[in-house]
Design a protein around this ligand. Structure first.
Ligand code: GH3
Ligand code: MG
Ligand code: MG
Ligand code: MG
Length: 312
């Protein structure tokens, strides 16, 4: 954004930028106590361009799910540590993974046992030996549908940004990683100033356009590795990994200034908007919840300090 800022060209590009990356390779988590079996499954899937991550110990599954974020899970039925069905139950217990397809791949050919296994959160039961084409088609179709569904579940439909729930999940994950890698992490909350007046004066559709354009503006100005969420109506939240206090202040201060410069063509006169912003830094002993509370307090400070400002 250099020179004059034109709101309508911003809006034109929003469709492009919010597009879901449906062309990324599918990712499959394989859990099988037999390395040989797992390797065979991996080879079949890899040959079809599907990425795999294999665990021979089911106990690592929850960490692997968080790290690898698979589109689909292939479970062995019988493992010494913990059966596939037990693992499926644990996975389904976590809100985040309720919709990830779980496919059993086992030599078990007793239908009663297969159906039992599926009643515990499995979606399909494939019996070994299985033709590679059959396995690949099953994985592809289920992964495609699941990915499509998930993309809708985690996003806000007006802006294409992450929704409230998912933003908080991403914040939790980012806190975990930041702590492990001993990197700083910033969390920012933004709230458009006097937005009720925008709606009252210019109408709700104009209010929506401002919300969309701020969404796009944040996308263009922040890094690919930052997470941007629509936290509420005219509230946004940004997770900034590997970002120290000075950098967070600098980038949000710059965004604040540039956003305030945008003029939306309107009657009786052009409209311009500002936002207030509160930033919190990850510190020892804080979790995502506490961090968002701090950012909220900083935002409150910004509002009461006169709005159109960034506070820490
Ligand atoms: P301030 O934050 O500066 O204190 O004032 P405000 O007027 O922005 O405060 P408040 O949070 O009370 O009002 C937010 C308004 O945003 C209320 C609601 O009608 C409007 N709003 C919420 N979601 C949407 C939306 O999706 N579209 C539009 N057009 N308006 C929305
Ligand atoms: Mg086994
Ligand atoms: Mg508000
Ligand atoms: Mg507001």
């Amino acid at each position: 954004f250099t020179g004059s800022l034109d709101a309508s060209s911003l809006l034109e590009r929003i469709e492009v930028l919010t597009h879901v990356s449906q062309y990324d390779p599918y990712k499959v988590l394989i859990v099988d106590d037999s390395k040989a079996q797992a390797t065979h499954t991996e080879r079949v899937l890899n040959s079809a361009g599907i990425l795999t991550h294999t665990l021979t110990e089911p106990i690592q599954a929850m960490d692997a799910l968080a790290e690898f974020q698979p589109d689909l899970i292939i479970l062995d039925m019988y493992m010494p540590e913990c059966n596939g069905t037990e693992l499926a139950k644990v996975i389904r217990h976590n809100d985040r993974y309720v919709s990830v397809p779980i496919i059993y791949l086992s030599a078990e050919d007793d239908l009663d046992k297969q159906l039992d296994a599926m009643s515990e959160g499995g979606d399909d039961f494939l019996t070994k030996p299985i033709k590679p084409r059959h396995l690949i088609a099953t994985v592809r179709n289920r992964a495609a549908r699941a990915r499509n569904l998930k993309a809708r579940m985690v996003r806000d439909s007006l802006t294409g940004l992450y929704n409230h729930t998912h933003t908080l999940q991403l914040l939790d994950d980012a806190c975990f990683r930041a702590r492990r890698e001993e990197q700083p992490l910033a969390f920012a909350m933004l709230d458009i100033d006097h937005f009720k007046k925008v709606n009252d004066t210019y109408g709700h559709p104009m209010g929506d356009r401002v919300i969309k354009s701020l969404a796009l503006f944040l996308k263009q100005r922040l890094r690919k590795t930052d997470y941007i969420g629509r936290y509420g109506g005219e509230e946004f939240a940004v997770v900034l990994p590997d970002t120290d206090e000075q950098s967070a202040l600098k980038v949000l201060e710059e965004i604040r200034q540039r956003f305030a410069e945008i003029h939306y063509p309107a009657q009786p006169q052009d409209l311009s908007c500002t936002f207030s912003c509160g930033i919190a830094m990850l510190q020892p002993g804080l979790d995502g919840n506490a961090l968002s509370k701090r950012a909220d307090e900083a935002l409150y400070k910004a509002k009461h300090g006169g709005r159109n400002r960034v506070e820490l």
